[in-house]
Design a protein around this ligand. Sequence first.
Ligand code: SF4
Ligand code: SF4
Length: 219
Amino acid sequence: MGIPGSGLAKGLAVTLRTMTRKSHTAQYPDAQPELPPRTRGVIGLFEENCTVCMLCARECPDWCIYIDSHKETVPPAAPGGRERSRNVLDRFAIDFALCMYCGICIEVCPFDALFWSPEFEYAEEDIRDLTHERDKLREWMWTVPAPPALDPRAEEPKELAAARKTADKLAAAEAAEAAEAAEAAQAAEAAQAHAERGPGETDANGNANRNENGNGAAS
Ligand code: SF4
Ligand code: SF4
């Protein structure tokens, strides 16, 4: 049997120890929490990448992704080619009242159209408002943090190399166009100067104008 009152002393010691410790309580919402970049807050949709393949909707264990689409015929890219059909997205919605934040939809999307955003302040008074439609899902996209930097010794991603190649090609085409325009402007200027000089006059290089009949002194 212990000394009478020892339990009380132990309890008071614990209380005193805890009282002197620094508090770790975050004063939310005055102080925003520092969330890690991979926080599963809400899902953003990058619509341009979505091909309406339906994989995310099929794999979602809660069946809380709703997608509607229709088919459109695209004319052939080159004459004599075949017409193609493509899916056009009409509706993309996620019901966050049902979602269990498993991340399967993001993992299975083959076209990088879905991303986690750390935003979490989207509580609603009406449960129906937790179904976020396409426009709202797109808005979340702008809150998705940039991916972490690559390891300096990592190979350049294929997408980046392809984008750089396209940008280089565009820059080269633009430069060629600008050079052509400058050449045309120079030629027009020379023609105007030539027209302004009378027949028989010579320019700074000693070249003479010819008259309408082709007569005139040549340099
Ligand atoms: S996170 Fe999971 S439950 Fe939520 S929409 Fe994606 S697949 Fe469905
Ligand atoms: S898996 Fe990706 S590309 Fe396919 S429908 Fe879902 S979001 Fe769109």
